[in-house]
Design a protein around this ligand. Structure first.
Ligand code: SF4
Length: 345
């Protein structure tokens, strides 16, 4: 069954007109879809039309099946998709608004170390509508109907967004459209493990989302041991690609760096980070490791993390420690889904 959320308003109008339905009915339907309403709630549509739509389309590509609320207010969501697959997402309450974290794939084939999402491999890509539905379902959960409660989006849940390029870029167009929930690309961050060819494509196609690269290492040698993608692309190639993205988009580049004691926090790492972030607007988000029970890696203490951050700042690197959100309810991506699959939730 097709998801209506996979269509833009213009595409929906075309679909409706091909079936002899007036354009204003498509607009009415689209407004309901943005509110994440089911067909029965679409009160200004004739019952017969609702019945016709119900027979061919799905108005809600996913349902929230579990919500866990952290002490810090973060909400972790488990969603069930129409085909029975389960994905997860989160809502982080920040001083500046509400940020929703979305998944872009069921599972992931990138196999990065210390990430629970990649453990079972890739199951399938999500469609643009399924990614959009996560934003709309959370918006509704926060009490937003016609109003927008979500201010920011991060594509940092399960999946490598650029490995699902077509659907993810379609999602960006849908979610930033004034016809829908209308969240500007400036308020959207896409996180990638470093698919260099896709970064160039993304730049060339004129996207303006914030680009965040999971770096986690300053040498190719170490990066290859924790991130299989490093066997394909070197750090130098990534840096060249993100500079290109900055030149095209004007957006500052963010690097994600999980601090691992005795592994990637030396003075030499500091110097190399300085070198690879110099000469263009960039920022390093230092991450305290979220514990993943299946992965044998060791993080660092708060004091050690702060000392490393200070050292970077003194060396002229823009860096801050990212506050860990929702750690008490499985903050790291993929953890909740695994727990659910193992019957722990
Ligand atoms: S960190 Fe991202 S790209 Fe790497 S395995 Fe996890 S979800 Fe996939």
């Amino acid at each position: 069954m097709e998801f209506l959320h996979d269509y833009s308003l213009a595409e929906l109008k075309e679909k409706f007109s091909a079936s002899g339905l007036p354009a204003f009915r498509a607009k009415q339907t689209y407004e309901w879809l943005t509110r994440y309403a089911d067909f029965d709630e679409m009160s200004n549509l004739p019952a017969a039309l609702r019945e016709t739509l119900k027979n061919s389309f799905c108005a809600r590509p996913l349902e929230i099946i579990k919500t866990l609320i952290s002490r810090d207010g973060t909400r972790k969501y488990l969603y069930e998709l129409a085909d029975g697959n389960v994905i997860e997402g989160a809502l982080m309450k920040q001083e500046y608004g509400n940020t929703v974290c979305v998944s872009t794939q069921v599972g992931c084939r990138m196999g990065c170390g210390f990430c629970a999402s990649g453990i079972g491999g890739l199951v399938r890509n999500l469609t643009a509508g399924e990614i959009l539905a996560q934003v709309l379902a959370v918006n509704k959960d926060l009490g937003g109907g016609a109003d927008r409660k979500i201010t920011n989006i991060v594509l940092m849940g399960s999946g490598e967004p650029l490995d699902n390029y077509d659907e993810v870029t379609k999602f960006l167009r849908l979610v930033s459209s004034p016809d829908g929930i209308n969240i500007s690309e400036r308020n959207i961050s896409l996180s990638t493990c470093g698919l260099v060819d896709k970064i160039y494509k993304f730049a060339d196609e004129g996207f303006k989302a914030n680009l965040s690269v999971s770096l986690h290492a300053t040498t190719d040698e170490y990066r290859r041991t924790v991130m299989p993608i490093a066997r394909k692309y070197s750090i130098a190639e990534i840096v060249k690609a993100v500079k290109y993205y900055f030149n095209k988009s004007g957006r500052r580049i963010i690097f994600e760096y999980t601090m691992l004691k005795d592994v990637n926090m030396s003075d030499d790492d500091c110097k190399r980070l300085r070198k690879l972030t110099a000469g263009y607007p960039s920022h390093v988000n230092l991450i305290m490791l979220n514990y993943v029970k299946e992965k044998d890696v060791k993080g660092c203490t708060v004091e050690e993390g702060e000392a490393f951050c200070k050292k970077l700042n003194e060396a002229g690197v823009s860096a801050t420690i990212r506050k860990s959100k929702g750690a008490d309810v499985g903050g790291a991506c993929g953890q909740l889904r695994r727990k659910y699959a193992e019957g722990e939730l």
